[in-house]
Design a protein around this ligand. Structure first.
Ligand SMILES: Cc1cc2nc3c(=O)[nH]c(=O)nc-3n(C[C@H](O)[C@H](O)[C@H](O)COP(=O)(O)O)c2cc1C
Length: 191
């Protein structure tokens, strides 16, 4: 069976981010079936500007991200919770990915199989941010996995000193999430 290409984006720029660690853990779970690439460019994306959002004027880093998303079979998005919502850097990236004003390129997020998860050291584990993220994907008509919900609360307790995911419950949830994402990818019409 062909390997599915999944682009993973962490909404946290922090070096020791628990959300980014979860994406690294996801890479190890089913490497034969899924090739998960972690996007590294979020910090450098310019602020969304509709005047620049054309094939000719878009900054190169945005064009590159849009191409990567269009080429990916699925997306895996890990979000922290900032002030009850998703971080601005993540929202900014999703804004750049949500458009096709000239109707010539395709909408990168449209119908894209997408799985979301999130971690926070609080007792709420990014649950409100994940709800906000789901709402973004309503407008973009992305094909978002509904369950399992991966809400990693008290996230600092789930990793060892080297940052490896050691909590078996979270490993199981992550595995379930990737399986559900794979189900959506397998059911998606050929691109
Ligand atoms: C600006 C800011 C706002 C935050 N707001 C919330 C919040 O509303 N709810 C919450 O549970 N945690 C909040 N936190 C704590 C984050 O959930 C915590 O920093 C989390 O670990 C970030 O994820 P990371 O480990 O991937 O960087 C906030 C942190 C920052 C820096």
């Amino acid at each position: 069976m062909a390997t599915s290409k999944i682009l993973a984006i962490s909404g946290s720029l922090r070096a020791d981010s628990h959300n980014t660690r979860l994406l690294h853990a996801a890479r190890t779970l089913d490497p034969g079936r899924q090739e998960i690439e972690i996007y590294e460019g979020l910090r450098d994306l310019p602020a969304y500007d509709q005047d620049l959002d054309t094939p000719e004027k878009r900054p190169a880093i945005v064009t590159d991200l849009r191409r990567r998303v269009l080429a990916a079979d699925g997306l895996l998005i890990a979000t922290p919770e900032f002030n009850y919502s998703i971080p601005g850097v993540l929202k900014n990236a999703l804004d750049w990915l949500s458009t096709d004003w000239t109707k010539t390129e395709g909408l990168p997020l449209h119908r894209k199989p997408t799985a979301i998860l999130g971690a926070a050291p609080t007792n709420f584990g990014s649950v409100r941010a994940q709800l906000a993220l789901r709402q973004v994907f309503v407008w973009t008509e992305s094909d978002v996995v509904v369950k399992p919900e991966v809400i990693v609360f008290r996230s600092h307790e789930r990793f060892d000193a080297e940052g490896n995911l050691t909590d078996e419950t979270t490993v199981g949830l992550l595995r379930g999430l990737l399986e559900a994402l794979q189900g959506k990818i397998d059911a998606a019409p050929a691109r």
